[in-house]
Design a protein around this ligand. Sequence first.
Ligand code: FPP
Ligand code: MG
Length: 295
Amino acid sequence: MQRVETQIAKLINECDYEEVTKLFYKLSGGKRLRAKLILKIAPDHKDAPLLAAIVELIHAASLLHDDVIDEAMTRRGVESVNATQGSKIAVMLGDVLYSKAFTELVSFDKEVAKTIAASVTALSKGEMIDVKMAENFNTNEKLYLDMLYLKTATLIEAAAKASALLAGKDASSYATYGRNLGLSFQIIDDILDITQDAKTLGKPALNDFVEGKCTLPYIYLYEEFSADEKERLVSLHAQTLSREDATWIQKSMQKHKTIERSFELALQLSNEAKSVMNEDKDLVSILDTMIKRTF
Ligand code: FPP
Ligand code: MG
């Protein structure tokens, strides 16, 4: 991974503006899931660290913009750039990272470049759908999963497919692996938003619902609820929750096992990914770590 960090540092340095460097190094790097995946799939390719750095810059840019859109005050346990510097700076820093990533991407083989570029259109579309969906209480599981695929899984799918293309491996099975990894990763994320405390999450608990996002455990809860309970849940959508309401939601989810049901789906997707990856033990172990993670 040091090779990726070196590449990222080089790209940031080439932006040639100290304000960008200063702000970039204040960001927490995160798990670097996408970069790790690329290095595991194409370990011997000389351009794999550069591709990994490009994908991490795109991911960082998308989170900078996402925090502006979501008006989120924290990111990965530290104050977001929009919180400390304002939204304009956060958007512009995102623009620099995003366009630098694309400047580097054009030097790759056309199919590799197109795979990554197309996924960024998909993730931007996914973000728009997410924001639109959050306007109302969504009860449609398929709609939710389609949005998750676009918003989170496409970039991971593209990272896996592009690195398979670099390494001369079967692009389609690696794409399937990446898609399922991305989807189950996001479902676990949605579960942790409910089951973990604010300190572990680095953001307030039940924040998704407060932001208007009806994730799977809420969709399943709605299905199980009586008419009165449905009405109470819908009335709390996109509101700041009292401690009593938050506890009611969490207790009801325990009673109706909606976390377990969501976890089952994440596990099923992860197992499907394993089945196309049985020859690659490292990639199977990424799935195992991801499904067991608690933050
Ligand atoms: C996090 O979702 C958001 C994303 C994974 C994608 C955001 C995409 C854009 C803003 C499109 C613009 C793209 C570029 C490259 C400039 P979340 O809010 O559910 O997760 P969170 O809890 O981590 O904020
Ligand atoms: Mg967000």
